[in-house]
Write a protein that binds this ligand. Structure first.
Ligand SMILES: Cc1cc2nc3c(=O)[nH]c(=O)nc-3n(C[C@H](O)[C@H](O)[C@H](O)COP(=O)(O)OP(=O)(O)OC[C@H]3O[C@@H](n4cnc5c(N)ncnc54)[C@H](O)[C@@H]3O)c2cc1C
Length: 483
């Protein structure tokens, strides 16, 4: 038996890598974790979820200050924001959370943490800072980076990505955002609320293109009403910069129509690319393509003792997906309990205001899968708590298959991400719709909308003519009192 220094080696100290490291070390596996940056935590902590959600919250508070009259409060003139102060607040939140992801904590759990950029020298060994480290099994969890689309002129201008946007020294007066996915949408609203003139350029006619159009359009309308300017069905032709303070995007819209949009900054949010190029995977026959690392449903790569987890596989690029996949790797690699990934009930949320949260099938996905479905909806305009909060926009959609089993839920509205959690439990636990309908929900809560949409399914059955006829027959009910 060859001499291994470690039972398991993990490359990448983000959500996926940290989950594997914590699980493996606590189970008694001799664990090595290698991180390229100076600190653990990955994109989510430093350049992703944590800074973006902190910025969204800050922008919301500022927006509420500016809209105080809507709540019957005195109008206030708020001074412009100092982005350097916002950046400090973002950093303070990151520092607080960083403690959970510290080297000391992982050392206490039993994992050794090393820093640097390792290269595979054979399929069990990496070279790091001149030393060879040998492990029986490896996990590649190196995450993803903002993709740099091949647009004419882009490579020669200093554009922004999620790596820069949370540490700007001042608020840009104007910004063009290329792309209209979740990151672009969240940032468009946050920067617009803070006072930046925001333009969003999107190739298709819909933002948040994975979502159903009716839901995405409600987000679009809200952002538009707040001042975000959308350029849909628009293809970027060229990007230019005057080298000082103005950048320009030339856009083609339909046949022959060209417009030019100028702004102080350009934010590129047009997808992600997997971080694989530094590892020398070609030399050890680990397969990958443009999408990312190729893994089977147990997350094994083409080398069965090397696993992949998180953004690097290019599938579901969310922190909770990375954590889930980390758990699957621990099961397979440490417990040797074969476990496969199953994304059927993987939820996600775009943290715009209103939020758009989803689990299971939406109409787009159901149609693509050839599933016949029915849709039940309920509007937030009919939810008392939503009205007391001053929120009227949004709805919930519940999809049932032909057998009337739930196949998916989408919520667009206040705190939709939180509201979805009831469905996370119900769908994973195969809770009957009748249980959701009969469970007493506290009043007035936004969550009542979950019960109400199930009520929309049961109501026509309970209050049907047939049931009424039966009751009349058996109990001699006299019928309507008011015509
Ligand atoms: C702006 C933004 C907002 C987001 N908001 C959300 C959200 O609200 N909710 C959500 O679920 N997801 C969100 N995401 C996605 C989320 O950040 C990722 O899905 C998550 O970070 C993936 O975790 P990971 O462990 O796969 O990769 P990462 O967290 O990126 O970790 C990979 C680690 O590997 C390291 N690494 C890379 N290459 C090497 C190498 N060669 N050697 C050693 N180490 C290496 C990196 O430095 C990094 O620390 C957001 C992303 C962005 C950009």
């Amino acid at each position: 038996m060859p001499a291994y220094d470690y039972d398991i080696g993990i490359i990448g100290g983000g959500a996926a890598g940290l989950t594997v490291a914590a699980g493996a070390a606590q189970l008694g596996a001799k664990t090595l974790l290698i991180e390229k940056e100076q600190e653990l935590g990955g994109d989510c902590l430093h350049y992703g979820c944590v800074p973006s959600k902190t910025l969204i919250r800050i922008a919301r508070v500022y927006h509420l200050m500016k809209t105080s009259r809507e709540f019957g409060l005195p109008g206030v003139t708020v001074p412009p924001v100092e982005f350097s102060e916002i950046a400090k607040r973002i950093q303070s939140v990151i520092r607080t959370i960083q403690k959970h992801d510290s080297e000391e904590r992982f050392c206490t759990l039993g994992a050794k943490v090393l820093y640097g950029s390792p290269v595979f020298s054979d399929d069990h060994a990496v070279k790091l800072n001149g030393q060879i480290h040998v492990a029986k099994q490896w996990v590649i969890a190196t995450g993803s980076s903002p993709a740099a689309p091949s647009l004419e002129g882009l490579s020669s201008i200093p554009y922004l990505t999620n790596k820069d946007i949370f540490s700007l020294d001042r608020l840009p007066q104007s910004m063009i955002i290329l792309g209209a996915g979740p990151i672009a949408t969240e940032m468009a609203q946050a920067f617009c609320r803070l006072g930046t003139e925001v333009h969003v350029v999107q190739r298709s006619g819909q933002i948040l293109s994975k979502e159903d159009k009716d839901m995405a359009d409600l987000v679009l309308e809200t952002l538009r009403s707040e001042g975000v300017r959308f350029h849909l069905n628009s293809t970027v032709q060229r990007v230019l910069s005057d080298g000082v303070e103005s950048q320009e995007v030339v856009i083609k819209q339909g046949e022959g129509k060209r417009i030019s949009v100028k702004a102080e900054k350009i934010l590129v949010a047009m997808g992600r690319k997997s971080n694989l190029s530094d590892l020398s995977l070609e030399g050890i026959d680990v397969a990958f393509d443009r999408k990312g690392l190729k893994v089977d449903d147990r997350l094994k790569t083409s080398q069965k003792h090397i696993y992949g987890a998180g953004d690097v596989t290019g599938s579901y690029q969310f922190t909770h997906a990375a954590g889930y996949e980390g758990g699957i790797v621990v099961s397979n690699a440490v417990f040797h309990l074969p476990r496969k990934v199953n994304y059927k009930w993987l939820p996600w949320c775009t943290y715009s205001d209103p939020e758009l949260a989803s689990i299971g099938m939406n109409e787009k996905r159901a149609k693509k899968a050839g599933i016949n479905y029915s849709v039940f909806t309920e509007a937030f305009a009919g939810n008392d708590r939503s009205l007391t909060e001053g929120k009227r926009v949004g709805k919930i959609k519940m999809l049932l298959d032909e057998k009337e089993n739930p196949i998916g839920v989408q919520i667009l509205g206040p705190h939709a991400g939180e509201l979805l959690n009831e469905w996370v439990v119900a769908l994973n636990g195969r809770v009957k719709l009748s249980s959701v309908a009969s469970a007493v929900h506290p009043y007035p809560t936004l969550g009542e909308i979950n019960k109400k949409v199930v009520g929309a399914y049961f109501s026509p059955k309970i209050f049907s003519t047939r049931v009424k006829k039966g009751l009349k027959l058996f109990f001699q009910l006299k019928g309507r009192a008011c015509e």
